[in-house]
Write a protein that binds this ligand. Structure first.
Ligand code: GUN
Ligand code: FE
Length: 432
């Protein structure tokens, strides 16, 4: 009889930030995280908590000790365009001119598979430097851009979702696709990548103005045939865009309702921005289980508007944070959380509020995981979840060292990191 050797657990000692299922932050000033590979070779959290209590349950285990550092769940970026790396920092008079002038030309270059592969490499390096371990990403309309994305994610063993952009109208040569072919390509890419390792496919109609009715119906049909796939799109980002969508679909109650009429609102459907919604829209988001990807650096950069965090919370709709690079100005979750705080404070277009630091953090980790339909899988470091984590250095800069040393509570420590932190804080990333 042969026995397969039990994969030995690994143990990491440091300060430890986790979240419970309700989104409450848990913090151990001296914590221990124990992980073990599952049958697929994915490291999962076996145990976590105060050092003394946890180590007693695992005697003899060699422990990696990081004094003064913080172990925290890897960040989750709910909406990012990997091909828009080189579009970051391109000024324009709002969304639609920005798309025409910078974004579509940059995306057209992804017809070249070698270019796509090179950018994908850089993109995943940049995510890692910033502590982002999972992202829901747009590729471009070229299938090769999707292969480049997933190929690199697979080499790195990451949990990543992405998909080929669908845009068969109101789009220039070089990015516009063909209705029939775009749906066949999407089906083939789902077969190739969805559920392979930790990869997941996202059906990706760019936004209603760029997709014909036939393409929208086709996308919805694919989404029905693959109920555990993701859907990603944009909605209600910019006033000109909202007017355009309403002119194209006068019969719809709202821009969001356009997606509903095509059957594109469901769990695992993620809509970027959701700024110019009303309470009926928010209820529709809640009732269908669709989620908002909130993109504050992008919304401030393009002057799109201010997401209403208070109304979103009251409605119970799922939402979480995202960079929206290249409309977004940073890959750093710290910058995104700070921008979300600014947007929350804004009190002219809606009531201003102060989002709690631990709530901002939750929206970029466990809350984002829940919004993506990945509750219990990533984002919390709860036992049984995948061990994607970051090691943070609260002494990374002189000012941050000074400020974090004065923190009298977890909220004060997290806020010091959010306000003063960036990629320099991320010392190491460990993925499952
Ligand atoms: N709406 C349609 N396409 C895009 C895009 O690439 N970026 C943003 N921010 N909004 C969009
Ligand atoms: Fe976007």
């Amino acid at each position: 009889m042969t026995t397969t050797p039990q994969p030995s657990p690994r143990a990491y000692r440091a300060q430890l930030l986790r979240f419970d299922a309700a989104g409450q932050a848990l913090f151990d000033s001296d914590g221990l995280l124990v992980t073990q590979a599952n049958a697929q070779g994915v490291q999962q959290v076996l145990d976590a908590g105060p050092y003394g209590a946890v180590v007693a349950r695992h005697p003899g285990l060699p422990v990696q000790h990081w004094p003064g550092r913080i172990i925290a769940p890897g960040f989750i970026d709910m909406h990012v365009h990997y091909p828009q790396l080189d579009v970051m920092g391109s000024p324009a008079d709002g969304l639609l001119p920005w798309l025409e002038r910078y974004t579509f030309p940059a995306e057209a270059a992804f017809a070249d598979a070698a270019h796509a592969a090179a950018v994908a490499l850089f993109f995943f390096d940049e995510l890692a430097r910033n502590g982002v371990t999972t992202a829901l990403a747009f590729a471009t309309s070229h299938p090769a851009s999707v292969d480049a994305f997933f190929g690199e994610a697979q080499r790195r063993g990451l949990r990543m979702m992405g998909g080929k952009v669908l845009q068969d109208r109101h789009s220039p040569d070089g990015v516009r696709d063909q209705t029939e072919q775009s749906l066949l390509d999407t089906e083939a890419l789902i077969q190739r990548w969805h559920g392979r390792g930790r990869l997941g496919y996202a059906i990706t109609p760019r936004f209603a103005p760029s997709c014909s009715d036939a393409q929208m119906w086709g996308a919805a049909e694919l989404a029905r045939r693959h109920p555990d796939s993701w859907i990603q799109s944009h909605v209600a980002e910019n006033q000109d865009e909202v007017r355009w969508a309403r002119a194209l679909y006068p019969e719809a109650r709202s821009y969001l309702d356009v997606y509903h009429r095509f059957g594109l609102l469901r769990e695992r459907a993620v809509y970027a921005h959701c700024i110019h919604l009303d309470d009926l829209d928010r209820r529709l988001m809640h009732d269908t289980g669709a989620a908002a990807a909130v993109c504050p650096t992008s919304n401030l950069f393009l002057g799109s508007g201010f997401f209403d965090h208070g109304a979103a919370a009251r409605s119970g709709m799922l939402h979480g944070l995202a960079s929206d690079v290249g409309g977004g100005t940073s890959f750093s979750p710290f910058h995104t959380m700070l921008a979300a705080y600014y947007v929350g404070r804004e009190g002219q277009s809606k009531p201003g509020l102060s989002l709690k630091p631990s709530a901002l953090w939750w929206h970029h980790t466990g809350g984002a995981a829940r919004a993506l339909g990945l509750e219990g899988v990533i984002g919390t470091l709860q036992p049984g979840s995948e061990a994607d984590f970051v090691l943070l250095n609260p002494q990374a800069t002189p000012l941050l060292a000074r400020k974090s040393a004065q923190a009298n509570s977890l909220e004060e420590l997290l806020f010091a990191l959010i306000v003063l932190g960036d990629d320099r804080v991320v010392q190491q990333v460990v993925t499952a």
